[in-house]
Design a protein around this ligand. Sequence first.
Ligand SMILES: [Ca+2]
Length: 163
Amino acid sequence: MHKRLMNEQVSVRAERPGEIDISSLARFTYSSEHPDHPLEHLIDGRYGRGGTHWASARPNTTERIVLDFEPPQRISHLVYEVEECCVERTQEVRVEVSTDHGSTYRQVLAQDYTFSPQGATFQHEELQLDLPAITHLSLIIVPNKGGAGVASLTSLRLFTSAD
Ligand SMILES: [Ca+2]
């Protein structure tokens, strides 16, 4: 029998106006990455269900990822995704931004999402912002606000306004 499993439906970098090329404009600082799920997977253009993901190397630990922009970016829209198929847990993602090279941060988002193998397994979050001249964007990921598990993110996409 000749057989072949169909590919998962994974979007590959659909062009959308104003998308910020994070990989060439930001430098990353991060607290942990799993060897099989490195930080590169966060911005590899493979998102949606079944997309590649970044994950922490240690369970039940709050992780932080900081993007340092050069030059500073005007960010009008932020999208992130998380997929968790295997365990029931509540993950919180907090987004903080700085306009003074990381001296001070202002929180712009704190979002909980509860995953359940029998229910919700995929989170797609969109946030409208109007943030001129952002020098740093910080993601704080609390994997076990409820339950237990490993911090993970499938994708992070940033957009700038057209004008
Ligand atoms: Ca990905």
